[in-house]
Write a protein that binds this ligand. Structure first.
Ligand code: BTN
Length: 256
């Protein structure tokens, strides 16, 4: 199936979802493209690409993005009343949306805090969320997702996996993109949906010994809980608890 704007729009329409879509065969990064188009057009939209030449990951890493994967970014504007909760919640929500669609496709996933989606301990999807400020206030949020669908994972076989490898068949990339975006917005507006409770059910980092690396040094501890904002609460051997944010740390599980 060739990925195109029409194909994505058709899949979204099947799910009763309307959002402007822009598709590029090749672009540097869909996160960069969606921000530039949003500032030009002043409306929320979805940008997808067949391949990225400078795909970006968290903590300044790059993200390998060969043809066959789902590389897409979308924007949304938080409600005025609960901006902070929505911003933190949307980081967790984005991983939950992917996990839920994978379950529908028969693929069982867990979430590595804050928002890597794993299958059998290998990364199936990476998510880069960004907040764009207008002066001092959050203006809109960007959720950028890279899902390994049918793409080759040259050199990454030990740490990453694709849907094709897991299921032994190819998937329709436009259908996956549409389903994930739809699920994200469905969960976002569902007042009865507890992001925190749902996230804790699937977060593989909780209950593990972890190594926290910060620019100013590293420490080991036990990933005990999430605080009300979704930060990871790590207990160190002296009993102290520290909330760590994904912005300044990288978390690695350690063997106990
Ligand atoms: C990570 O694993 O560190 C996050 C990876 C996020 C990759 C996606 S692919 C679509 C969007 N565009 C980017 O440049 N990055 C995100």
């Amino acid at each position: 199936m060739i990925l195109s704007e029409e194909e994505i729009l058709m899949r979204l329409k099947e799910l009763n979802m309307i959002i402007p879509v822009k598709y590029y065969d090749v672009t540097a990064s869909t996160n960069a493209a969606v921000k530039s188009l949003r500032s030009e057009r002043g409306e929320n939209l979805l940008v997808a690409a067949g391949r990225q030449t400078a795909g970006r990951g968290r903590n300044g890493r790059s993200f390998q993005s060969e043809f066959g994967g789902a590389y897409f970014s979308f924007t949304f504007s938080p409600n005025a009343e609960n901006t902070t909760a929505q911003l933190y919640g949307s980081i967790m929500l984005s991983a939950l949306a992917v996990r839920s669609v994978m379950e529908e496709k028969g693929i069982d996933c867990s979430i590595k805090w804050p928002n890597d989606v794993l299958c059998g301990g290998k990364k199936l999807c990476g998510i880069l969320s960004e907040v764009v400020y207008d002066r001092d206030y959050p203006d809109y949020m960007v959720i950028g997702m890279g899902i390994n669908v049918n793409n080759p994972l040259d050199g990454l076989g030990d740490i990453a996996v694709s849907m094709k490898e897991i299921a032994g068949k190819e998937f329709d990339v436009a259908e996956i993109i549409a389903a994930v975006v739809r699920r994200f917005f469905e969960m976002l507006i569902d007042k009865d949906f507890s992001v925190m409770d749902e996230y804790k059910k699937y977060c593989a980092t909780l209950g593990k010994n972890v190594k926290v690396s910060r620019p100013d040094g590293e420490f080991y501890g036990f990933a005990e809980d999430l605080d009300s904002r979704g930060l990871l609460v790590v207990r160190t051997s002296d009993g102290k608890r520290q909330s760590v944010s994904c912005g300044d740390v990288s978390i690695r599980e350690v063997l106990s």
